[in-house]
Design a protein around this ligand. Structure first.
Ligand SMILES: *Cc1c(COP(=O)(O)O)cnc(C)c1O
Length: 227
């Protein structure tokens, strides 16, 4: 419990320092705790320390945790790969999806979003480094996908998500994140009202903030290395 509180404080210090260096205001950022492979007790402890937004990558793992923590007012974000036969519980139980990369998935999420809930917030995942092992739409196909997703009635397209190729070099990290912000800027010039750039993880959050991230997805720096 104390360790998680400390870790949250340390991450918040890193965020504040990165913001001070970038000249932006920390109020512009949302911290998402990536809680895949973590126990319900760890999530509860982090929630007690003030964390509200939790990101999960695997539906089968997320659903029981969400049920066990239903007494807390948490915000759940789906950030992992999506199979088309798994869209319904995602549409019904999550507030955001950061990993939309195909129109078929977006159409199913829109059709399955319950009418009593507000539209599902979505980000399109972009495969910025062109890695075959990763999800995400190729930058060349992004505009067509974004324009189609923006038409879907029960989704609200908010922006982009990216997981660039791992690098420990700050210049390389920033170059990749810069491309993501540039793609968002181009989509906005087409009239799409986008406000979200989901990028930056435990090892590169400073570079992401410098390049305009609005949502950081942080796992290891909060919970320790995953087993
Ligand atoms: C696991 C994961 C993260 C968190 O990565 P850390 O290096 O543990 O901070 C962020 N985003 C996605 C999509 C993930 O799968």
């Amino acid at each position: 419990m104390a360790a998680l509180q400390d870790a949250l404080q340390q991450v918040n210090h890193r965020i504040e320092r990165a913001y001070a260096e970038s000249g932006r205001s920390p109020s512009e950022i949302s911290l998402i705790a990536v809680s895949k492979a973590q126990t319900v007790d760890s999530l509860r402890a982090l929630a007690a320390a003030g964390q509200r937004a939790f990101g999960e990558s695997y539906l089968q793992e997320a659903l029981p945790k969400m049920a066990a923590l239903a007494d807390l007012a948490l915000e759940w974000l789906f950030i992992g790969p999506i199979q088309s036969n798994k869209t319904r519980p995602i549409a019904e139980q999550f507030a955001w999806v950061h990993s939309v990369d195909r129109l078929k998935i977006a159409e199913r999420l829109s059709a399955q979003r319950p009418i009593h809930l507000s539209p599902l917030n979505v980000c399109i995942e972009v495969n910025i480094s062109g890695e075959a092992s990763k999800g995400g739409v190729a930058p060349a196909d992004l505009t067509a996908l974004a324009q189609a997703v923006a038409q879907l009635p029960r989704l609200r397209l908010r922006g982009l998500m990216a997981i660039p190729a791992a690098s420990t070099n700050r210049v390389e990290q920033r170059a990749a994140f810069h491309q993501v912000s540039e793609l968002l800027r181009q989509l906005r010039t087409l009239g799409l009202p986008l406000d979200t750039v989901s990028m930056g993880m435990s090892d590169d959050l400073e570079a992401a903030i410098a390049e305009g991230a609005t949502h950081l997805r942080i796992g290891a720096a909060l919970f320790g290395a995953r087993r």
